[in-house]
Design a protein around this ligand. Structure first.
Ligand SMILES: Nc1nc2c(ncn2[C@@H]2O[C@H](COP(=O)(O)OP(=O)(O)OP(=O)(O)O)[C@@H](O)[C@H]2O)c(=O)[nH]1
Ligand SMILES: Nc1nc2c(ncn2[C@@H]2O[C@H](COP(=O)(O)OP(=O)(O)OP(=O)(O)O)[C@@H](O)[C@H]2O)c(=O)[nH]1
Length: 442
C-alpha cells in the first residue's frame, strides 16, 4: 500500500510548490497525453522505486466556520484523518505566526506522524531557521526550499523510511484479478457492486478493520475468481452491500493503485465533471487496466445519450485504450458485458510478449515509418523486450533514443497494441540507450 503524505500549512507557505515537486509525474510521456488534466490537490509521486500519494490541503484554515472556507476545512480534516504522514509547512522567511500555532495545536491531536517542514530556507543558516520553530513542540524543524528543491530528497527519505517497503504482490498465474469499482459520489458504485455480487457467491468475507490495507472481498462469478478492492468500507446489510463511509478521494486512489483492473463508473444523466476526469487521469497515471461503465443508461433519452457520447469523446479521449459499456446497474443490464471486458483487460495487462515477436513488430513499424532525426542524431532502435506487466512495458534498446518525439512513441504504442491485440490496458514504452561507442555509428 502506498503511503499517503498530506501537506498542511497556512496560505502562501509554499504547499503547491512542494506538491508540484513531489508529484512531478513518474512518467513524462503519460503527462503528455492530450486532454489529461492533473488534479492540483491529489498526486502520485515516486522516489527510487517507492510510490506514494500526496495530498495538498490548500486553503486549510481551522478558524473558518462557514462558506467555502468551511468546506475546504472539512476536506482537509478528512485528508488529515486518512493521512499516513503529515507535512506541516511553515515559512522560514516570515517566521512563526499565530496561525501556525493554531494549526500545530490541531495537528498535535491528529494522532499521525507530523514532520515540521520549514520552507523557503535556501541560503539561510540551518540552526537559525530551526531555532524559533522548535517552540511548536513538533520535533526537529526540517529546512527545505521547495522552489529550489533543496532538502526535499532528505525529507522524503525520512518520511518514507518510516514505512515498510511496498512489496508488489507476485503476479503469478494462480492469482485472481483484483478489481476496483471507482467513480465520484452517487454514480451508482454500490448499486453496481450489488448487481455484481448479489446473486453470486461471496467467498469468506472477513474485515480486518485495523490494517492500513483496503478491504478485499473475494468472489466468484461464472466459475471465475476475483477480488474486489473496496473503496468505501462496504458492509453487508442483509443481502445487499452498502457504503458505510463517505466518498474518499484518498481511498479511491489507493484502490486504483492496488487493483489490476479498474471499473470507472460514470453517470449518463450528468455531464462528465472535473472529478470524473481527475479520477480517469489517475487510472492512466497508475497504468491500470480499465473498463468504463456509463451507468443509468435506462434513465436517459436518445438525445441525452448522443450528448453524453460527445462529452465522453471530448473530455476522456485519453481513455481510448479502454472499452466503454452503457449499462444500468439498477436493472443489472450490461454488468455481464462489463465483466467480460474486465477479463479481457486483465489478460491484456498480464500478457507475456516474446522478445523475437516484439522485435519483429518494432522492425516492421520502423520500416513503415522511421523515427525522425533530431539534429545530427538519427535514433537507432535495435531490439525490444518486455520489461513488466500491468501495464505491459516494452523496453526498446538502441542509440540516440533520448529525443524520440512523443508522437512517434504513440505510434509505436498503437502498433504494439494492435499487433498483440491488447484491449483495455495502457502500454508503456521505455528506451534504453546503450553507451557503446560502436552502436549508432553508420
Ligand atoms: N524563496 C522561496 N519562495 C518560495 C519557496 N517555495 C514557494 N515559494 C514562493 O512562495 C509563494 C507561495 O507559494 P505556494 O506554493 O503558492 O504557497 P501555498 O502554500 O500553496 O499557498 P496557498 O495555495 O495559498 O495555500 C510563491 O510566490 C512561491 O514562489 C521557496 O522554497 N523559497
Ligand atoms: N436510473 C438509475 N438509477 C441508478 C442506477 N444505478 C444507481 N442508481 C441510483 O443512483 C443513486 C446512487 O447510487 P449508489 O449506488 O448509492 O451510488 P454510489 O456511487 O455508490 O454513491 P456513493 O456511495 O455516494 O459514492 C441511487 O439512488 C441509485 O438507486 C441505474 O442504473 N439507473
Amino acid at each position: 500500500m502506498k503511503p499517503t503524505i498530506v501537506l498542511v500549512g497556512r496560505p502562501n507557505v509554499g504547499k503547491s510548490t512542494l506538491f508540484n515537486r513531489l508529484t512531478k509525474t513518474r512518467d513524462a510521456l503519460v503527462a503528455d497525453q492530450p486532454g489529461l488534466t492533473r488534479d492540483r490537490h491529489y498526486g502520485i509521486g515516486r522516489v527510487g522505486d517507492r510510490d506514494y500519494l500526496v495530498v495538498d490541503t490548500a486553503g486549510f484554515d481551522p478558524v473558518a466556520k462557514d462558506g467555502i472556507m468551511h468546506e475546504m476545512a472539512r476536506q482537509a480534516e478528512q485528508a488529515i484523518a486518512e493521512a499516513d504522514a503529515l507535512l506541516f509547512m511553515v515559512d522560514g522567511r516570515s517566521g512563526l505566526t499565530p496561525h501556525d500555532e493554531q494549526i500545530a495545536a490541531r495537528l498535535r491531536r491528529a494522532g499521525r506522524p507530523v514532520y515540521l517542514v520549514v520552507n523557503k530556507s535556501e541560503g539561510m543558516e540551518r540552526t537559525m531557521v530551526a531555532a524559533e520553530f522548535h517552540a511548536l513542540g513538533l520535533g526537529d524543524p526540517l529546512p527545505v526550499s521547495a522552489s529550489h528543491g533543496e532538502g526535499v530528497k532528505q525529507l522524503l527519505d525520512l518520511v518514507l523510511g518510516a514505512f515498510p517497503p511496498d512489496v508488489e504482490p507476485e503476479e503469478d498465474e494462480g492469482r485472481t484479478p483484483r478489481i476496483a469499482i471507482v467513480g465520484r459520489p452517487n454514480v451508482g458504485k454500490s448499486t453496481f457492486v450489488n448487481s455484481l455480487l448479489g446473486e453470486e457467491r461471496v467467498i469468506a468475507f472477513d474485515m480486518p478493520g485495523t490494517t492500513r490495507d483496503a478491504i478485499a472481498i473475494p468472489f466468484e462469478r461464472d466459475g471465475r475468481h476475483y477480488t474486489l478492492i473496496d473503496t468505501a468500507g462496504l458492509r453487508r446489510r442483509g443481502k445487499v452491500f452498502e457504503a458505510v463511509e463517505k466518498f474518499s478521494v484518498i481511498k479511491t486512489l489507493q484502490a486504483i493503485e492496488q487493483a489490476n483492473v479498474v471499473v470507472l463508473v460514470l453517470d449518463a444523466s450528468q455531464d462528465i465533471s472535473d472529478q470524473d476526469a481527475h479520477i480517469a487521469g489517475f487510472i492512466l497515471e497508475a497504468g491500470r487496466a480499465l473498463v468504463v461503465a456509463v451507468n443509468k443508461w435506462d434513465d436517459v433519452d436518445d438525445y441525452r445519450r448522443e450528448l453524453i457520447k460527445q462529452d465522453l469523446t471530448r473530455k476522456l479521449n485519453f481513455l481510448s485504450f479502454a472499452r466503454f459499456h452503457y449499462i444500468s446497474a439498477l436493472k443489472g443490464a450490461g454488468v455481464a458485458a462489463v465483466m467480460k471486458s474486465v477479463d479481457a483487460a486483465y489478460a491484456a495487462a498480464m500478457v507475456n510478449l516474446s522478445t523475437p515477436r516484439l522485435t519483429r513488430t518494432m522492425q516492421a513499424a520502423l520500416a513503415k515509418q522511421a523515427p525522425p532525426r533530431h539534429g545530427v542524431f538519427r535514433p537507432k532502435m535495435r531490439y525490444a523486450h518486455q520489461g513488466g506487466n500491468n501495464p505491459p512495458v516494452v523496453v526498446i534498446h538502441g542509440a540516440a533514443l533520448d529525443h524520440v518525439p512523443t508522437s512517434y512513441v504513440r505510434y509505436l504504442e498503437r502498433t504494439f497494441m494492435e499487433a498483440f491485440k491488447l484491449q483495455g490496458t495502457p502500454l508503456r514504452i521505455q528506451f534504453r540507450t546503450a553507451h557503446n561507442p560502436f552502436i549508432g555509428k553508420e
